[in-house]
Design a protein around this ligand. Sequence first.
Ligand code: NAP
Length: 461
Amino acid sequence: MNTNSSNMMALAPNTSNKRETVCIFGTGDFGRALGHKMIQCGYPVVYGSRSTQISNLIPKDAEVLSHAEAAQKAAIIIVAIQRQHYNFLTPLAEILRGKVVVDISNNLKLNQYPESNAEYLAQLLPGARVVKAFNTVSAWALQSGALDASRQVFVCGDDMEAKQMVMNIVRALGLTPLDQGSLLAAQEIENYPLQLFPMWKFPIFLSLGLSAFFFFYCLALDVIYTYVYEKNNFSFFIAITIPNQICPVMALILLGLVYLPGVLAAIIQLYRGTKYRRFPDWLDKWMLCRKQLGLIALAFASLHAVFTLVSPIRSFVKWRTSKAIISQVLNNKTEPLDTTNAWLSDSYLALGILGFFFFVLVGITSLPSVSNSVNWREFRFVQSKLGYVTLILCTAHTLVYGGKWFLSPSAYKWYLPNIYMLSLVVPCTVLVVKFVLIFPCVDKPLTQIRQGWERNPKYSE
Ligand code: NAP
């Protein structure tokens, strides 16, 4: 069979509605799932396999031939076989010359081989037009139609026309092709499916570490101290009281940590008098995971809201309330309304509710589906301005809640400050520095630096 004719057919503009035949090498999980989807979308599919026996797992409208015969029937060959078996392709190099060969393979480890699988395939088949695609889509998602999480298909290759042909197939399957450039991008594309929440690692470990620290801190002060000195068994605090102390503290500290790198970066730029020098690596990495820190902070704030809402139905709270009422009855004395206390309690609740509202608003705009629908200025406004409003409200909520007993000696059990006092260190530092940074005498040079001005141009080398 003339191999060139099939190429010509595929490259010619498709004037009829009939789709061109696609060849899939390998009748494994991915090959079958992709073939099934392609047949559904109107593509004739021919499999190249080591065994030409038709099994009932193979889509019933597909043909199964030897690799050489199948390759001759199509201009596009999708290699659904692991890289370690690619050697079998070497004898097929002549048949595959000029054809579009799609590498869909993944590896088991990041940067497992010196070159990407797609580049390796291109070396084995020097005349073929190799394109990398489909590796981020799973066989399960193709088969079950649950493609929401992996609708994007990263495509790369050195031959523009070949890449376009593959992208057309991707679109026809209802997926979204994302052109990632030349075959040099293949290694990165092959690493995508192996990454496990790379931006979440630091925020998650930090949150776990800080939560564990605050848990033992509260356990020592609220349970062990009370047991040792007051002979009260408050071990049940572990279930709700302590978590409801940790959650707001974590939310506030993490929210502070979202804005701290920004003010540190401003100080560094002011000190250096230029924006053209790289920030230290730790600051760069910290800035990159601010969104994740913010979302974890929002999760803690939401838990705090839920824990607070269930407070009135807790048996300990009911007991404490009825004890206060009974003591008034026994003493035949009604305690007068303390308006200062009423003001403080209503104020901290109002600040908390407002703070939580803005927290949710900032969190929602950081989601890709929402952030993609606002322009850069709107995004900056919500993330920066409303973010600072959230930080101010949440800090004020904590200050009003604990302000009056922060200074009382009874708040210092074992000479240790209450965790609410600890939680204020980061946000107050951020707010004080930010306050200084917005003074015109500081803000003006900082704005100039951010617009490209340099105090000492030697830094721009
Ligand atoms: P699989 O179920 O193990 O199928 C691999 C197929 O390769 C076999 O069915 C066999 O087909 C063929 N094969 C095996 N040994 C061979 C050899 N020595 N020479 C020639 N052909 C051989 O694997 P899979 O899950 O379909 O994955 C195939 C490729 O797709 C892999 O590179 C994988 O990284 C990639 N991928 C898979 C998924 C997924 O969700 N499974 C997702 C993205 C990418 P025949 O018996 O028909 O020859």
